[in-house]
Write a protein that binds this ligand. Structure first.
Ligand code: DAT
Ligand code: MG
Length: 219
Protein backbone atom coordinates (compact mmCIF):
# COMPACT_ATOMS: atom_id res chain seq x y z
CA UNK A 1 0.00 0.00 0.00
CA UNK A 2 2.80 2.37 0.88
CA UNK A 3 4.65 1.50 -2.31
CA UNK A 4 1.59 2.08 -4.47
CA UNK A 5 0.90 5.33 -2.69
CA UNK A 6 4.53 6.40 -3.11
CA UNK A 7 4.44 5.81 -6.84
CA UNK A 8 1.18 7.70 -7.14
CA UNK A 9 2.52 10.57 -5.08
CA UNK A 10 5.88 10.67 -6.83
CA UNK A 11 4.05 11.45 -10.06
CA UNK A 12 2.24 14.27 -8.34
CA UNK A 13 5.39 15.55 -6.69
CA UNK A 14 7.00 15.91 -10.07
CA UNK A 15 4.90 19.01 -10.64
CA UNK A 16 5.23 20.37 -7.12
CA UNK A 17 7.81 22.06 -4.98
CA UNK A 18 9.23 21.01 -1.61
CA UNK A 19 9.56 22.66 1.75
CA UNK A 20 10.47 21.71 5.28
CA UNK A 21 7.40 23.60 6.48
CA UNK A 22 5.33 21.27 8.61
CA UNK A 23 2.05 20.30 7.00
CA UNK A 24 0.26 17.88 9.28
CA UNK A 25 -2.64 17.27 6.90
CA UNK A 26 -0.10 15.88 4.46
CA UNK A 27 1.11 13.25 6.90
CA UNK A 28 -0.08 10.17 4.96
CA UNK A 29 1.42 11.48 1.77
CA UNK A 30 4.69 12.32 3.51
CA UNK A 31 4.95 8.97 5.26
CA UNK A 32 4.35 7.20 1.97
CA UNK A 33 7.04 9.30 0.33
CA UNK A 34 9.54 8.68 3.12
CA UNK A 35 9.02 4.91 3.26
CA UNK A 36 9.25 4.62 -0.50
CA UNK A 37 12.48 6.56 -0.58
CA UNK A 38 13.95 4.52 2.26
CA UNK A 39 13.03 1.27 0.52
CA UNK A 40 14.56 2.46 -2.71
CA UNK A 41 17.76 3.20 -0.83
CA UNK A 42 17.79 -0.31 0.60
CA UNK A 43 17.05 0.88 4.14
CA UNK A 44 14.90 -1.33 6.34
CA UNK A 45 13.38 1.54 8.29
CA UNK A 46 12.64 5.16 7.71
CA UNK A 47 15.83 6.89 8.75
CA UNK A 48 15.05 10.47 7.87
CA UNK A 49 12.11 12.70 8.42
CA UNK A 50 10.26 13.21 5.17
CA UNK A 51 10.48 16.29 3.04
CA UNK A 52 7.16 18.07 2.94
CA UNK A 53 5.25 19.26 -0.04
CA UNK A 54 4.96 22.97 -0.63
CA UNK A 55 3.14 25.24 -3.02
CA UNK A 56 3.33 24.69 -6.78
CA UNK A 57 6.19 26.42 -8.53
CA UNK A 58 5.30 29.99 -9.25
CA UNK A 59 8.09 31.11 -11.57
CA UNK A 60 10.70 29.68 -13.91
CA UNK A 61 13.16 30.07 -10.99
CA UNK A 62 10.84 28.21 -8.62
CA UNK A 63 9.82 29.79 -5.35
CA UNK A 64 12.44 31.78 -3.48
CA UNK A 65 13.36 30.32 -0.11
CA UNK A 66 11.87 26.87 -0.80
CA UNK A 67 13.25 23.60 -2.11
CA UNK A 68 12.07 24.61 -5.58
CA UNK A 69 14.42 27.62 -5.75
CA UNK A 70 16.52 27.53 -8.90
CA UNK A 71 19.76 29.13 -10.00
CA UNK A 72 21.28 29.64 -13.43
CA UNK A 73 24.89 28.49 -13.63
CA UNK A 74 27.09 28.77 -16.70
CA UNK A 75 30.46 27.16 -17.23
CA UNK A 76 32.24 29.72 -19.36
CA UNK A 77 34.36 28.94 -22.46
CA UNK A 78 37.56 28.63 -20.41
CA UNK A 79 35.94 26.03 -18.14
CA UNK A 80 34.77 24.05 -21.18
CA UNK A 81 38.09 24.38 -22.94
CA UNK A 82 39.95 23.27 -19.84
CA UNK A 83 37.73 20.16 -19.68
CA UNK A 84 36.58 20.62 -16.10
CA UNK A 85 32.84 20.56 -16.84
CA UNK A 86 32.36 17.23 -15.09
CA UNK A 87 34.23 18.37 -11.99
CA UNK A 88 32.09 21.48 -11.70
CA UNK A 89 28.83 19.61 -12.25
CA UNK A 90 29.92 17.06 -9.62
CA UNK A 91 30.25 19.77 -6.99
CA UNK A 92 26.61 20.75 -7.34
CA UNK A 93 25.46 17.13 -7.53
CA UNK A 94 27.50 16.15 -4.49
CA UNK A 95 26.08 19.05 -2.50
CA UNK A 96 22.65 17.57 -3.18
CA UNK A 97 21.33 19.96 -5.81
CA UNK A 98 19.10 18.73 -8.57
CA UNK A 99 20.09 19.17 -12.21
CA UNK A 100 17.04 20.66 -13.89
CA UNK A 101 18.58 21.53 -17.26
CA UNK A 102 21.90 21.30 -19.07
CA UNK A 103 23.00 22.16 -22.58
CA UNK A 104 25.97 23.48 -24.51
CA UNK A 105 25.44 26.82 -26.21
CA UNK A 106 27.68 28.86 -28.47
CA UNK A 107 26.22 32.21 -27.51
CA UNK A 108 25.42 34.94 -30.00
CA UNK A 109 26.63 38.48 -29.28
CA UNK A 110 23.02 39.43 -28.63
CA UNK A 111 22.60 36.73 -25.97
CA UNK A 112 25.91 37.52 -24.25
CA UNK A 113 25.18 41.24 -24.24
CA UNK A 114 21.75 40.72 -22.76
CA UNK A 115 23.08 38.34 -20.12
CA UNK A 116 25.60 40.96 -18.94
CA UNK A 117 23.48 44.02 -19.74
CA UNK A 118 23.82 45.35 -16.17
CA UNK A 119 27.56 45.73 -16.80
CA UNK A 120 27.18 47.51 -20.16
CA UNK A 121 28.75 50.73 -18.85
CA UNK A 122 31.83 49.00 -17.43
CA UNK A 123 35.12 49.23 -19.37
CA UNK A 124 35.57 45.46 -19.45
CA UNK A 125 32.10 44.83 -20.97
CA UNK A 126 33.20 44.56 -24.65
CA UNK A 127 36.01 42.16 -23.73
CA UNK A 128 33.65 40.15 -21.56
CA UNK A 129 31.18 39.76 -24.43
CA UNK A 130 34.03 38.89 -26.77
CA UNK A 131 35.25 36.15 -24.40
CA UNK A 132 31.80 34.63 -23.89
CA UNK A 133 31.21 34.60 -27.66
CA UNK A 134 34.67 33.32 -28.58
CA UNK A 135 33.23 30.33 -30.45
CA UNK A 136 34.01 27.81 -27.73
CA UNK A 137 30.68 26.81 -26.18
CA UNK A 138 29.48 27.46 -22.67
CA UNK A 139 27.56 24.91 -20.62
CA UNK A 140 24.27 26.36 -19.40
CA UNK A 141 22.83 24.73 -16.29
CA UNK A 142 19.86 25.11 -13.99
CA UNK A 143 20.19 23.77 -10.44
CA UNK A 144 17.41 23.43 -7.92
CA UNK A 145 17.24 23.02 -4.15
CA UNK A 146 17.36 24.66 -0.76
CA UNK A 147 19.15 28.04 -0.83
CA UNK A 148 20.71 27.16 -4.18
CA UNK A 149 21.19 30.77 -5.29
CA UNK A 150 23.16 31.87 -2.22
CA UNK A 151 24.99 28.57 -1.84
CA UNK A 152 25.80 28.54 -5.54
CA UNK A 153 27.52 31.90 -5.17
CA UNK A 154 29.49 30.63 -2.17
CA UNK A 155 30.51 27.50 -4.05
CA UNK A 156 31.62 29.59 -7.06
CA UNK A 157 33.62 32.07 -4.94
CA UNK A 158 34.45 35.77 -5.29
CA UNK A 159 34.42 37.39 -8.74
CA UNK A 160 38.19 37.92 -8.61
CA UNK A 161 39.66 34.42 -8.19
CA UNK A 162 42.60 35.88 -6.29
CA UNK A 163 40.08 36.71 -3.57
CA UNK A 164 38.06 33.49 -3.84
CA UNK A 165 38.29 31.01 -0.99
CA UNK A 166 40.76 28.27 -1.99
CA UNK A 167 38.09 25.56 -1.80
CA UNK A 168 35.63 27.39 -4.04
CA UNK A 169 35.38 26.64 -7.76
CA UNK A 170 37.12 29.85 -8.81
CA UNK A 171 39.56 29.50 -5.92
CA UNK A 172 40.44 26.01 -7.12
CA UNK A 173 40.64 26.54 -10.86
CA UNK A 174 41.21 30.22 -11.65
CA UNK A 175 43.55 33.15 -11.03
CA UNK A 176 42.23 35.82 -13.42
CA UNK A 177 39.01 37.83 -13.16
CA UNK A 178 38.75 37.76 -16.94
CA UNK A 179 38.91 33.95 -17.02
CA UNK A 180 37.02 32.99 -13.90
CA UNK A 181 35.48 29.78 -15.26
CA UNK A 182 31.88 30.06 -14.12
CA UNK A 183 28.82 32.25 -13.63
CA UNK A 184 26.06 31.82 -11.03
CA UNK A 185 22.94 33.92 -10.49
CA UNK A 186 23.38 36.46 -7.70
CA UNK A 187 19.72 36.88 -6.68
CA UNK A 188 16.27 35.42 -7.25
CA UNK A 189 15.56 38.24 -9.71
CA UNK A 190 18.74 37.44 -11.65
CA UNK A 191 17.92 33.72 -11.64
CA UNK A 192 14.45 34.44 -13.03
CA UNK A 193 15.87 36.63 -15.79
CA UNK A 194 18.78 34.34 -16.64
CA UNK A 195 16.88 31.04 -16.68
CA UNK A 196 14.28 32.68 -18.91
CA UNK A 197 17.00 34.07 -21.18
CA UNK A 198 18.89 30.80 -21.69
CA UNK A 199 16.10 28.23 -21.51
CA UNK A 200 12.49 27.83 -22.44
CA UNK A 201 10.17 26.21 -19.96
CA UNK A 202 10.00 22.90 -21.87
CA UNK A 203 13.73 22.39 -21.34
CA UNK A 204 13.36 22.42 -17.54
CA UNK A 205 12.81 18.96 -16.04
CA UNK A 206 10.63 18.11 -13.08
CA UNK A 207 11.60 14.94 -11.28
CA UNK A 208 12.34 13.74 -7.78
CA UNK A 209 15.95 12.73 -7.04
CA UNK A 210 15.77 9.53 -5.02
CA UNK A 211 18.22 10.84 -2.40
CA UNK A 212 16.44 14.11 -1.69
CA UNK A 213 14.73 13.02 1.54
CA UNK A 214 18.17 12.05 2.86
CA UNK A 215 19.67 15.36 1.84
CA UNK A 216 17.00 17.88 2.77
CA UNK A 217 15.28 16.49 5.86
CA UNK A 218 15.65 18.16 9.23
CA UNK A 219 15.29 16.57 12.64
P1 DAT B 1 30.17 37.64 -10.98
O1 DAT B 1 30.52 36.83 -12.20
O2 DAT B 1 30.94 37.18 -9.78
O3 DAT B 1 28.71 37.74 -10.73
P2 DAT B 1 30.03 40.37 -11.95
O4 DAT B 1 28.59 40.11 -12.23
O5 DAT B 1 30.38 41.60 -11.19
O6 DAT B 1 30.70 39.13 -11.21
O7 DAT B 1 30.82 40.44 -13.33
C1 DAT B 1 30.53 39.53 -14.37
C2 DAT B 1 31.81 39.07 -14.99
O8 DAT B 1 32.50 40.18 -15.54
C3 DAT B 1 32.80 38.46 -14.01
O9 DAT B 1 32.54 37.11 -13.75
C4 DAT B 1 34.10 38.66 -14.71
C5 DAT B 1 33.89 39.98 -15.41
N1 DAT B 1 34.45 41.08 -14.61
C6 DAT B 1 33.93 41.61 -13.48
N2 DAT B 1 34.71 42.57 -12.99
C7 DAT B 1 35.75 42.65 -13.85
C8 DAT B 1 36.92 43.46 -13.90
N3 DAT B 1 37.17 44.40 -12.99
N4 DAT B 1 37.77 43.27 -14.93
C9 DAT B 1 37.55 42.33 -15.86
N5 DAT B 1 36.46 41.54 -15.87
C10 DAT B 1 35.59 41.70 -14.88
MG1 MG C 1 27.16 38.69 -11.72
Amino acid sequence: MFARSFIRQTGRQATRAFSTARASNNSLRNVAFGVGAAAALGATALATKPVHLDAPQSTIAGTEGTFSERSFVMIKPDGVSRQIVGKIISRFEERGYKLVAVKTVTPSKELAKEHYIDLAARPFYPGLVEYITSGTPVVALVWEGKDVIRQGRRMVGATNPLQSDPGSIRGTYAVSVGRNIIHASDSFESATKEIGLWFNEKELSNYQPIAWPWIFSDN
